[in-house]
Design a protein around this ligand. Structure first.
Ligand code: PGA
Length: 252
């Protein structure tokens, strides 16, 4: 299927991680908005830290840039100190939420099962989950990359049902490429993206699959040229207005 025939609108998501301040965010968002006016083919989302969602929602109110969050609780509500629920994110005008980012899997002990519960919580609150999957360097070196990605994905498919992917995004983020300056080659990424689509069966051709891991203005275009890459999940590049917009333009 050619890109013109499918329904996969290009998407660029900026994951700010634990960076920013009120002053920094205001400057960054105003620089981005100034350069992303009018109607575009690609959709652009930013995911600030929870503490700044309200500020970002206000600053983005009249723009065509949408809001996302970096994580969420798997629970609806309750005595979960420090957690933020899906309903709260929806209340903050979030459209997207990143689920299962490798930093949360590795540093916060999020298992495949917990990631699946978070995915379901996001879906049930009408948020669009951006489900991150990706192999470690060791997995890749030992030829187990697709096994790991297949397991991460099938845990969510088994728990949430394939139908849930009608309104979900998958992000392929090789752990060895995130924040390291090492990007997967477009061919490596394409191979995994096509594998992910195959895992999604009938929905494989309509679900957006993003690539993430050291995407920069100088490698974005080659990545986006691949048939199965529908956009990018950006860390570092999302904190620099010039780089962020250059990548959004490459996707557009
Ligand atoms: P990076 O991060 O672009 O800085 O590699 C990507 C991510 O963490 O989603």
């Amino acid at each position: 299927m050619s890109r013109a025939e499918n329904t996969r609108r290009r998407l660029v998501v900026g994951n700010w991680k634990m960076y920013g301040s009120r002053a920094f965010n205001a400057e960054l968002l105003s620089a981005i908005q100034a350069r992303w006016q009018g109607v575009h083919q690609a959709e652009v989302a930013v995911c600030p830290p929870f503490a700044y969602l309200q500020q970002a929602a206000e600053l983005l109110a009249k723009s065509n840039i949408v809001l996302g969050a970096q994580s969420l609780s798997e629970y609806e509500e309750g005595a979960f100190t420090g957690e933020v629920s899906a309903r709260m994110l929806a209340d903050w005008q979030c459209r997207y939420v990143i689920v299962g980012h490798n930093e949360r899997r590795r540093l916060q002990g999020e298992t495949d099962q917990r990631v699946a519960k978070k995915f379901i919580a996001a879906r049930d609150a009408d948020l669009i989950p951006v489900l991150c999957v990706g192999e470690s360097e060791q997995d890749r070196d030992s030829g187990k990359a697709l096994d790991t990605i297949g397991r991460q994905l099938s845990t969510v498919i088994d728990a949430a049902g394939l139908e849930s992917f009608r309104r979900a995004v998958v992000a392929y983020e090789p752990v060895w490429a995130v924040g390291t300056g090492k990007t997967a080659t477009p061919e490596q990424a394409q191979e995994v993206h096509s594998f992910i689509r195959a895992q999604l069966g009938a929905l494989g051709q309509s679900t957006r699959v993003l690539y993430g891991g050291s995407v920069k203005p100088d490698n974005a275009e080659q990545l986006f040229a691949k048939a199965d890459i529908d956009g990018a999940l950006l860390g570092g590049a999302s904190l620099k207005a010039e780089d962020f917009i250059a990548i959004c333009q490459a996707a557009d």
